[in-house]
Design a protein around this ligand. Structure first.
Ligand code: NAI
Length: 368
């Protein structure tokens, strides 16, 4: 079975779907791998490393898409890429069908069997394929580094001949995979960390990382199905906003990561709350791509409001491309081995992983 890895074409995307190490393992397992020249360059994986791992290098995207039974990508395919896909071929990428409607219709028309790893069920069996978690881990870590770099102060406490400097206070809002990694990273840098989430179940995890859990009694309202959060009622959300407006006042750095699957990110820090913060504080809104947790954050921009800097970075995992690609490659290889048993696609739709992730097949749109 031939697997293709094209160079990602989205602006600022430096990741690649397979790294040489993963290529080596798949070649050993009997797959043939075709990689577009320069595909790994942005993540510091040169063509020679792919060749040494057993991949064939080709010069044009058409040779990857046209020759492959399964194409592995990070970003959703562009219209031009879909036109290059082989009819009846398969494609795996990371995208939200509700956002990529046009691509999905085009993939179905081309009779491509397409899978979105964003739809992977969060079940134990699927953990090795969980790209949302691996990329959120990268985002949570990098968010703290970006905020720390933008802040005009140290994170750890320093006792020096030039005076004693207190540790920075970091507040993390949303304690899912990204939030927990942000807490761990801020702690490693010596900050005093507190965190808030609407799911009371995360209190223990937050505390086990050495952070303080901020408690607001919302009567179990934040816990939805499958361990995910759900939207709060208007009244509870109002109480949450008031509570957080007080909490952010003390913080030097606020990292926001709150999300609700399939919905706009919840608003957690209002413009008024920002105006109540100390000048020099930094907010980093990791949810900016899905609507933002801070009222003033703007996608891809730095905003300053009364001395408070609000960062809205886009595609944060791509800014740590080597490890983000390495983790993605592990996840996507596990997925590939799951759907392509014995050298061909095993489309057993009674399997939850295959059923949930398959967005188009045999000319039909299965998820939108
Ligand atoms: P996410 O990225 O969907 O959301 C981030 C966090 O925001 C969540 O902790 C959520 O509770 C919080 N949040 C939502 N609304 C909020 C609000 N109004 N105020 C404050 N916080 C708010 O979350 P992620 O990282 O995808 O994890 C969600 C769930 O999935 C967790 O229960 C996690 O344990 C579970 N999970 C399961 C895995 C598995 O394979 N079994 C793997 C990874 C996560």
């Amino acid at each position: 079975m031939q697997i293709g890895v094209p160079k990602e074409t989205a602006p600022n995307e430096r990741r690649v779907a397979l790294v040489p190490d993963a290529v080596g393992r798949l070649v050993k397992a009997g797959y043939e791998i075709v990689v577009e020249q320069g595909a790994g360059a942005g993540a510091a994986f040169p063509d020679e490393a792919f060749r040494a791992a057993g991949a064939a290098l080709v010069g044009a995207p058409a040779d990857v898409f046209g020759r492959s039974d399964v194409v592995l990508k990070v970003q959703p395919p562009t219209p031009a890429e879909i036109r290059l896909c082989r009819e009846g071929g398969a494609l795996v990428a990371l995208f939200q069908p509700s956002v990529e409607r046009d691509a999905i219709v085009q993939l179905a028309a081309r009779k491509v069997t397409a899978f979105s790893l964003a739809l992977l069920p969060r079940i134990t069996r699927a953990q090795p394929m969980d790209v949302l978690s691996s990329q959120a881990t990268v985002a949570g870590y990098k968010a703290v580094l970006l905020a720390a770099t933008a802040a005009g102060r140290f994170l750890p406490m320093l006792v020096t001949a030039a005076g004693t400097l207190p540790p920075a206070r970091v507040l993390v809002l949303g304690a899912g995979v990204a939030g927990l990694q942000a807490i761990a990273t801020a702690r490693r840098l010596g900050a005093v960390v507190s965190a808030f989430d609407v799911r009371p179940a995360v209190k223990e995890q937050v505390e086990s990382l050495g952070a303080r859990f901020l408690q607001l009694d919302i009567g179990g309202q934040g816990e939805g199905t499958g361990g995910y959060a759900k939207e709060l009622s208007q009244e509870t959300h109002r109480r949450e906003l008031e509570f957080l407006a007080q909490s952010v006042k003390d913080a030097d750095i606020v990292i926001t990561t709150a999300a609700i699957p399939g919905k706009r990110a919840p608003l957690l820090v209002t413009a008024d709350a920002v105006r109540g913060m100390k000048p020099g504080s930094v907010i980093l809104d990791l949810a900016v791509e899905t609507g933002g947790n801070c009222e003033l954050s703007q996608p891809g921009k730095d905003v300053v409001e009364r001395g408070v800097l609000i960062l809205g970075p886009l595609n944060v995992p791509s800014t740590l491309p080597s490890h983000a690609s390495q983790m993605y490659a592990r996840n996507v290889s596990s997925f590939l081995v799951h759907v392509a048993r014995e050298g061909r696609l095993n489309l057993d739709f009674s399997d939850e992983i295959i059923r949930d992730t398959c967005v188009t097949h045999a000319g039909e749109v299965r998820k939108s």
